[in-house]
Design a protein around this ligand. Sequence first.
Ligand code: ADP
Ligand code: MG
Length: 212
Amino acid sequence: MTTTFEKMGLSTALLHILQGQGIVTPTPVQEKAIPTLLAGEDAVVQAQTGTGKTLAFLLPIMEKIRTDRPDAQALIITPTRELAIQITAEARKLAAAREGMSVLAAYGGQDVERQLRKLQNGTQLVIGTPGRLLDHLRRGSLTLGSVRTLVLDEADQMLHMGFLAEVEDIITRVPRSRQTMLFSATMPDNVKRLAKTYMNQPHDIRVADNSR
Ligand code: ADP
Ligand code: MG
């Protein structure tokens, strides 16, 4: 069964931006995950690399963020600066649908002062790597008290790279009354444990390896 983004109830402004990029038909993982995520439920989403997981979490986030407030409402933790840059670029394209929406990338190697200025000016969506996010949290330049959506992207890679302690340190600073989404290509025991510890009755969404 093939659906469209339109049938999922996404806002017209977002649909237009997707159409402008030639994106009309959801991939299988988007088709399965987006309705659950739009409904505000937690989900553990397992699908191979290249299956479109980024839009699966960015679209629901874009619908949920309130642009009349300047504080961080959604946080995406991703293992590498390359991924942070990639997700930020996609998020900024979508953010054109939401006036007054600001997206911040927080990763190491980039001028921390620039990130600090941007945080002071208010940014509703923060995308970062564990080390730099903790750096901001310890400086007090980033606070997570208003975060209602938390995304753990490429969770298997993140734990494989040894970020468990950092990720846990960040998660425990996010209010419990939140939606948590975990995305991973594989589901080793340490990722299952992370989901079990920090998520609220997550839906188990899986897409077969040969499906795209
Ligand atoms: P993953 O995170 O699962 O590895 P990405 O989210 O990076 O995959 O998506 C891989 C590529 O597929 C990107 O270039 C993205 O723009 C493209 N893409 C995602 N969703 C769609 C879609 N519904 N239709 C067409 N292309 C898509
Ligand atoms: Mg990805």
